[in-house]
Every structure is written in C-alpha cells, then in structure tokens.
Write a protein that binds this ligand. Structure first.
Ligand code: ATP
Length: 290
C-alpha cells in the first residue's frame, strides 16, 4: 500500500488591500503573501474506493466538504476522466497544527499539498501552471500554496508574481481562539469605492521594498475588529513587546508581530504568556519562508 507524508505551511498576508468588487460578488485584491514555517502534516494512504479524511481537530470536517478531500477527488477525476484510475480512493490523515478559521490559510494549504503530492506520485502529469489552475477551482488562496513562495497576489487571488525582496523576519502569531468566517467578513466589508481608491493611491508601495512601518495594512482588519475587539488589544501588546510591526492576517482572527530574529520573538512570547489577558490565546513563533 502506498503511503506518503507531506507538509502544508501556513501563510500570512503582509498587506491586504481590497481594490474592488466584481459583479459576481468576488473581490479584487492586492496582497503580499508569505508562507510560514508552521505546518499541518498530511499522510496520504492510497487504496479503497472512496476519499476519506481522518482528523481529530473538532473544527475540521471529516466529510466530502474537507478541502483536502475535494482536491483529491478533483485531481483523480481530472487525471483519469473516462479511464479506469489506477487508484479510486485514498485516506488523508491531517495532523492539524495550523489554527482553523484563523486567516492563516490552513484549509487551502492542505488542499494544495494534496494536489502537489498526488501530482508528484503520478509522475507530474500536470505542469505547475496547470496544477495552479486546478487549485483555483478549490479556492482563491489555493494557487498561492502551489506556488509556495512569497508572492504579490492580484485578481481574486489567482494572479501571482514572485516577490523575492523580503528580508528575514520571525513572526509571533497570536490566535485568540476566535473562529472567523471569511465569507462573513467580506459580506460586512463596506466598499466605499471613492474613499478606498483614495486610500490606495496613498499606499506608496514600489513593488520591491516592504516598509513595515508603512505597508502593514489590512483592509479587512476593521471589519473583524468590530466583532472581535481583542484583535486591537493583541496588536498593541505585540508592538509594546518590541514587534517592528503588527497586523491581522487575512480575515483574522490571528494577529502577527514581526521580529528581527527568533530570540526577540521568543522573549515577546514569554512576556505575552505572562499577561493575564492571554490565557485563552495560542501563541506560535514561526520564521517567514522567504
Ligand atoms: P481562509 O482565509 O482561506 O478562509 P482560514 O485560515 O481563515 O482560511 P481555514 O483554517 O482554512 O480558515 O478553515 C476555514 C473553514 O474551512 C473551517 O471552518 C473548516 O470548516 C473548513 N475546512 C475544510 N477543510 C479544511 C481543512 N483541511 N482544514 C481546515 N479547515 C477546513
């Protein structure tokens, strides 16, 4: 029986600007995304007739709606359409280390890891662009995880340009144990276009140099913050404990602080752990994968 393990990294958005809304309801964005050294671990075992998921995290569905299961089915259907596939089923065990509903893209990363692992297993029948096109059918963030490196992301999240200019940072992630629905955040985003266009024109990013004082801007932050004021408190604490910059990732609820090295991030983590407010929070120290 074939069995193999793959790692699925988390991501943060170093900035996330919403540039408009399409007639089909999707939003156009401009974002700098970076993978992080915080991983789910997936074990794929080929065999059986169905795609099954095993995961002991209560927030992760074990049915057909799991993004890893959807990816596996899509890959097998696409690759072996009309032919008898060499395998019709597999079991995917997910060791969930990335917090769920946290703006860290865990589900999307699991999906991308399954697509890449199956493509590799079958001798890479799909090129990277073809795999990214398949990934886009699962979700807007999935192509980024196939790409797997810092990228400037535009369109609805489907256009990616490599961003090789990041300097090394260590992130201290604070997950306040609040699950945020991305769909809810976008629904509550009030796009006053003229105001947003003005804001965007003030966003002096030259496409190369990320200035953490100026560019850590997330247009979804104020929406999530209204429902979860803890986000503002975490940002203040991260900055008070030496973060060069702090921001909510994606639609939240995780807030990250950027530190020059892991020693500084670890001592900030110790300080935050001693804080009374943090007893329900989960903290992670993870390097940006640049
Ligand atoms: P996004 O910003 O892409 O919505 P997120 O990081 O905020 O991502 P995820 O952890 O990816 O959120 O999970 C969002 C929802 O997706 C969960 O509430 C869960 O029900 C569902 N889901 C489906 N498959 C998975 C998976 N493999 N891992 C985690 N969640 C999954």
């Amino acid at each position: 029986m074939d069995m193999f393990c793959v790692k699925a990294p988390a991501k943060i958005n170093l900035f996330l600007r919403i540039t408009g809304k399409r007639p089909d309801g999707y939003h156009d964005l401009y974002s700098l995304m970076c993978p992080l050294a915080l991983y789910d671990v997936l074990t794929l075992t080929l065999g059986g007739k169905e795609v099954g998921i095993v995961c002991d995290h209560p927030g992760v569905p074990e049915d057909a709606s799991n993004l890893a299961a959807r990816s596996a089915r899509l890959f097998l259907e696409t690759m072996f359409a009309g032919n008898t596939p060499p395998v019709s089923g597999l079991t995917i065990h997910i060791e969930k280390n990335i917090p769920v509903g946290a703006g860290l893209g865990g589900g999307s990363s699991d999906a991308a890891a399954v697509l890449t692992a199956l493509n590799d297993h079958f001798g890479q029948p799909l090129s990277t662009p073809a795999l990214m096109a398949l990934a886009a059918r699962i979700g807007a963030d999935v192509p980024f995880f196939i790409f797997g490196a810092p990228a400037l992301v535009t369109g609805i999240g489907d256009r990616l340009d490599p961003f090789p200019h990041l300097t090394p940072w260590t992130a201290l992630l604070v997950y306040p144990n609040e699950v945020v629905s991305t769909a809810w955040v976008y629904k509550n985003l009030n796009l006053r276009l003229t105001k947003d266009e003005k804001k965007l024109s003030k966003f002096n990013f030259d496409g190369r140099i990320l200035n953490v004082d100026e560019h850590l801007v997330n247009d979804l932050e104020s929406v999530t913050e209204r429902a979860f004021p803890v986000i503002k408190r975490i940002k203040r604490l991260l900055l008070a404990h030496g973060a060069a910059g702090a921001m909510m990732s994606g639609s939240g609820s995780t807030v990250f602080g950027l530190f020059a090295n892991s020693e500084r991030a670890i001592s900030a983590r110790t300080a935050l752990c001693n804080n009374q407010q943090s007893k329900n929070w989960t903290l992670y120290v993870a390097d940006l994968l640049i």
